[in-house]
Design a protein around this ligand. Structure first.
Ligand code: HEC
Length: 174
């Protein structure tokens, strides 16, 4: 009996001394969600050069520096096709391939979106809204190109009407 106890003691002691076992499973590095993210130091300037803005104050804080030129629209279309069409559809009717699994995706070729200001659409792309993800990884100037391009999708947009020809006009009062 006592031999067994001695054996147990002999085993337990070195194990208790081995604190490095626990430090290996819990290293000093900061794990995800272990604490609140570090905030930027006071008076630091964001790399994108934009002031702090969100959906509620974008109108006062940012403005569209990009005229809706052919080259801006061309760039905007390329970015739209890459990042947005998968959900909102190539012509903004809310019929992108993802809508088969994710039916809450709205059409954006709508009078509603046409009524949004450029800064609001920019903030929506940059910060996301509801179930829409944020796309701050798209360069700032390209986000304005997308804003310009989204304008051309809306019903009645632009005198050229090139993209308006096929709109479904759901509930469309003339
Ligand atoms: C993963 C799918 C998805 C992608 C990709 C996506 N969106 Fe959205 N978008 C949504 C959803 C969902 C909503 C509705 C958000 C809400 O209810 O607040 C939305 C809302 C919008 C609206 C507002 C519609 C309204 O009637 O208020 C605009 C404009 C818009 N998206 C533009 C874009 C642009 C531009 C891109 C590409 C940079 C993009 N979206 C990429 C899912 C997506």
């Amino acid at each position: 009996m006592s031999l067994r106890r001695e054996l147990l003691m002999a085993l337990a002691l070195p194990l208790a001394a081995c604190e490095w076992f626990s430090t290996m499973s819990d290293p000093p590095s900061i794990e995800p969600h272990e604490r609140a993210p570090l905030l930027a130091a006071e008076h630091s300037v964001p790399l994108d050069g934009l002031p702090d803005y969100d959906l509620t104050n974008a109108d006062d804080r940012v403005s569209n520096p990009q005229p809706s030129s052919p080259s801006s629209l061309e760039a905007g279309r390329a970015y739209y096709d890459t990042f947005c069409a998968v959900c909102h559809g190539a012509s903004g009717r809310g019929d992108g391939p993802l809508t088969r699994r994710f039916p809450a995706i709205p059409a954006i070729a709508t009078a509603q979106v046409a009524g949004y200001t450029d800064p609001y659409v920019f903030a929506l792309i940059s910060k996301g809204r509801g179930l829409m993800p944020e796309y701050s990884r798209i360069p700032v100037s390209a986000r304005w190109d997308i804003v310009n391009y989204v304008r051309t999708l809306s019903p009645g947009a632009g005198a050229t009407g090139a993209s308006g020809a096929g709109t479904t006009g759901d509930g469309g009062a003339p």
